[in-house]
Structures are given as C-alpha cells and as structure tokens.
Design a protein around this ligand. Structure first.
Ligand SMILES: Cc1cc2nc3c(=O)[nH]c(=O)nc-3n(C[C@H](O)[C@H](O)[C@H](O)COP(=O)(O)O)c2cc1C
Length: 158
C-alpha cells in the first residue's frame, strides 16, 4: 500500500508531529504541497491532507493544491488538522468540499488540539500548551492503524 501525506505546519510544528506519527504507522511519504507533482498522485492508494487551521480553514496552499488537481475519481483520501479550537466538522469544511469536488473518496478525518499563540493569545502564553501531547499522538496512530485495516480488510490485525 502506497501512502502520501501532504501537510503544512507553520505555527509551532503541531501538525508536523501528527503527520509524522501517522506517517510511521502508514509507512507514508511526507511532502509539502508545493513539492507535490499532481501527475504522480495516481500511484498512491491513499493520500492524507493536513495542516494547522488558520482562520477557520486549512492552509491556503493545501487548498490551492487540491483546487489545481485534475479529477481524482474514487481516489482515497483522509483529512487531518490541529487547531486552537478543535471543531473539525467546521474547520475541515473547505478542504472537505474541495476534495469531494475533485472526486476523492474521504475515508477518515482526524483532528486534535494544537498549541495556539496566535494574536493576543501570545500574551497569556497561548492555549493548549503541550498539545499535541503523547495521548493525542497515540490517537493519531490509532486512526492511522484503522485506515490501514480498512484498506486491507482481509489482513490480520496489526
Ligand atoms: C494566523 C493563525 C490563525 C489561526 N486561526 C485559527 C482558527 O481560525 N481556529 C483555530 O481553532 N485555531 C487557529 N489558529 C491556531 C492553529 O490552528 C493551531 O495553533 C495549530 O495547532 C497550528 O498548527 P501548526 O503548528 O502545525 O501550524 C491559528 C493560528 C495562526 C498562527
């Protein structure tokens, strides 16, 4: 199974920790959006898209990448994020819509809290200090294992 995780993590490296934890479980290649060659996406069985949430959506470069892709009918994808306020149904909606428009099949979504010192929050040391923590990362690993299991339902559980 070939997996690619496309991610951006510009604030505190919060989402990078999640991307790496998932990447280890899935044996995935990790790439930034600008390093992705759309023509090569065909060779992956599963593609993850994630970033911090900036102004209630994923990073614009991730959204732009998906917007510029050709149609990817039935290609399996998952979404992930870290955010100051962990409200995935809301925070993921722009990327979710964009992926669906391109024909991706979204097979899972993951999110957790991330240390946030944006704007005035810096004055109080931010919120969610220490997140993602080990518990968050363990949840990310479990999510990734579940994705793996669902892609290969006849393999023994690992
Ligand atoms: C410019 C900026 C805007 C942000 N906007 C939001 C937001 O709208 N909602 C939210 O929950 N968190 C927001 N955050 C907090 C980040 O989503 C959170 O810190 C995230 O974990 C950052 O991930 P990163 O370290 O991988 O970049 C914002 C942070 C920055 C720097």
């Amino acid at each position: 199974m070939k997996v690619l995780i496309v991610y951006l993590s510009i604030h505190h490296g919060n989402t990078k920790k999640v991307a790496k934890a998932m990447g280890e479980v899935l044996n995935a290649e990790l790439a930034k959006p600008w390093a992705v060659n759309p023509e090569e996406l065909e060779k992956y069985d599963l593609i993850g898209f994630g970033s911090g949430i900036y102004w209630w959506r994923h990073h614009w470069a991730l959204l732009k990448l998906v917007e510029d892709l050709p149609r990817m009918e039935g290609k399996k994808a998952f979404i992930f994020s870290t955010a100051g306020m962990n409200i995935p149904w809301y925070n993921h909606r722009a990327l979710r819509r964009e992926l669906k428009e391109k024909g991706f099949q979204i097979v899972g979504e993951f999110s957790c809290r991330g240390w946030d010192t944006n704007g005035w929050l810096a004055k109080i040391g931010g919120i969610n200090k220490g997140h993602p923590n080990e518990k968050d990362l363990e949840r990310a690993r479990r999510f990734a294992k579940e994705l793996k299991r669902n892609l290969h339902p006849f393999h023994p559980k690992s």
